[in-house]
Design a protein around this ligand. Sequence first.
Ligand SMILES: [Zn+2]
Length: 171
Amino acid sequence: MPVEIDPVKSAQKRSDYDGFYPLGNLKRLSDAIVSDQGEVSVLLRCAYDEQGLPVMLISAEADVEVTCQRCAEAMPIKLALSATFTPKTARLEEDLVPSEYGLVEVNEYGQIDLRALIEDELLLAIPLVPKHNVEECAIKQQDMSWGQLDPAASEKPANPFDVLKSLKNSK
Ligand SMILES: [Zn+2]
């Protein structure tokens, strides 16, 4: 998978890509997850839309593990991206860009950093406070009443002392 592409040339050529980035090459994403083993699979179609805008249709996904904020164990999640982007060129009339398109900055050579774009989007796909489903979590909250989750309590990130305390309590 190329790291950078020229979205206009690629649209002219109607380029398609089907490839992957090793997670180890996406440092910011690797830092946010448990292990950098694995890959981000990517499908990219470059074309012109009906308006004549060069567009990139990007699908990307990665199976990764994040840290559960309740039990501090690893938790598998799928990060996915499916979106359409158009390059922010000097000639672009932004008013004409459909609202569902993402705008991407191009560098002085007319290229976009495709890998950074995909990395940014996958970082945004990580939940702010990831937590196992209750039945899969190593920590069973005894005071949890079904159907009456306290939203304030469930948003609170677990700190190691709380985790210890609840381990003690469950004995
Ligand atoms: Zn958990």
